[in-house]
Ligand binder design. Sequence first.
Ligand SMILES: NC(=O)c1ccc[n+]([C@@H]2O[C@H](COP(=O)([O-])OP(=O)(O)OC[C@H]3O[C@@H](n4cnc5c(N)ncnc54)[C@H](O)[C@@H]3O)[C@@H](O)[C@H]2O)c1
Length: 314
Amino acid sequence: MARAMTGAGERVVVLDDLSAGVPARLPADVPLVEGSSLDAGLLEHVLGEHAVTGVVHLAAHKQVAESVARPTRYYRENVGGLATLLETVAAAGVRRFVFSSSAAVYGNPDVDLITENTPCAPVNPYGETKLAGEWLVRAAGRAHGMATVCLRYFNVAGAAEPALADTGVFNIVPMVFDRLTRNEAPRIFGDDYPTPDGTCVRDYIHVADLAEAHLAAARRLSAPDAAGDLTVNIGRGEGVSVRELVTLIGEVTGDTRAALVEGRRPGDAPRAVASAALAASELGWTARRGVREMVESAWRGWSAHHGATSAPAR
Ligand SMILES: NC(=O)c1ccc[n+]([C@@H]2O[C@H](COP(=O)([O-])OP(=O)(O)OC[C@H]3O[C@@H](n4cnc5c(N)ncnc54)[C@H](O)[C@@H]3O)[C@@H](O)[C@H]2O)c1
């Protein structure tokens, strides 16, 4: 986001408690303030010192399993931190706010395309904190005359550049890379779902497209008549099965070994694909990068971090 915004000519200041953030990833000319969204005094100081006119709130904890084990941490940081931030932002007279929400707010709806009107029914504390966060953002926007956008990201993948690659092994693309790098077959959890090839279907979005969606949201809020709240899905509207993705990863890495099919994981929905129509009409934004580009860019990043140029031979 910081790189996309400075590249688009915006001035940016970043506040991050470095619980997961890596300072070296920031462009050299972007100031970093180390601190928490729960620290009202610090927020007040930063907003004033940098004459902030808009906020993009990305800071959150995001591991579903951890949110089940430590729900109070997730509510305190993701919801409590947001409440503190909104209070200080409103008091500082900031009138533009973009919030990172998630497809996790929907839970597991049984629909072909998830629209923003699909009922929200999160199935874990992480998703609950995102839904509660949206309520809070919209209520604070109404109360304080702040224009707001909540972006519900679907499955984020890819790397905008190798240095910014995801180094965690929590999502499917790095999980498959990790298996191949260990000379092990990728795993597929369940191939008996009611989908065309029996594996789960998801909607993948390139992180660089996601950054552009935030820019589009920020620009929309910069319009002189910007008002009210907007909640939009950020996806491609295209379903890709786990089997298709694993096959594509094999093509990109050159390691086409057969996947190992294991049992279903609890809580996995058969299908979760966004309707991307509202983002197009309201933000004038549509994803430009396809799934192959996501996998190729992620693989370049993985190779840069792990010193591999191709998967090991079997
Ligand atoms: N990555 C995804 O697939 C995905 C999908 C849907 C939604 N999201 C949401 O997007 C946002 C960004 O996700 P990401 O993948 O870049 O995660 P990330 O962990 O890389 O980035 C979150 C950043 O917030 C910081 N942070 C966490 N709690 C903080 C606090 N209380 N105060 C200050 N800083 C804090 C961390 O140090 C980290 O740098 C999150 O809100 C996440 O819930 C991510």
